[in-house]
Design a protein around this ligand. Sequence first.
Ligand SMILES: [Zn+2]
Length: 311
Amino acid sequence: MTAGPRLGPGPAVLAFDVGGTDTKSALVDEHGAIRELVRTPTADGPDRPAAVVSAVAELSSRLRAAHPDVRVAATGVVVPGLVDEATGTGVFAANLGWRDVPFLDMLTAALDTPVAFGHDVRSAGRAEVELGAARGLSDVVVMAIGTGIAGAIVLGGRPHAAGGYAGELGHTLADPHGEPCPCGAVGCLETIASAGAIARRYSARTGRTVAGARDVLAASRAGDHVASAVWDDAVGALATHIARLAATIAPEAVVIGGGLAEAGDDLFEPLDARVDGLLSFHRRPRLLRAALGEDAGVLGAALAAREVVSA
Ligand SMILES: [Zn+2]
């Protein structure tokens, strides 16, 4: 992707979103244009954190060499798992197999620019608030619903991290008599309402294998009552969760992204109706579809890098 300016004028930065499988790297110029956005397999090796840091350094050199007219002022790097931005630590990442990694120090030593280090989902949430679906709002919850359910909480315009532990929306209790969750708890929201859970629950009840939640929705539209019940359970669990958020932190909007948001009106219309039915005096959050797609995390990393320069 080399879309036109989206971030607006500011320092030129490099941004990296290190995922479980792929790493996205972007070079943003002084006009806010994304000059280049590349996707490469995430580095692996016996020392995974060291491999990731040296891959970021190598990608940095490559991008700068390809765009010698751009003077890079800072680098933003975001990673998955539990991340403590305050100490610059990758606290834990199950799928990348690390614990208590001092990434900010390692990246600062490996790169010749100031570094902003953060969390992928909070970074994506920040981008949706500053550049995407929730532009102009300051109290927002962003939910990414795919294989699991991840969340980012923005309060007063700032991401709320709580030492890395905030935003685990997928692991809130949705059904005390529900299924065990891989996290070790029982009946977590993502065992009912993630795109992965919708497909899995439908297959478990019918014995039919489906490729994903999309197939369950199609079966529901075609009159399959089991599919409708599974879809309805998911919508109901999400609505209950959103109602709790409305009472607890009263966001102006809940932005929903990830694979499940591709269902569009088939998700948002029943969800809006269910949320209405659960609220009384509360501030009713607007339910918005995420606007930035898979690039939200890397765009958020670029925003954080620019902030390091101005600080
Ligand atoms: Zn869980």
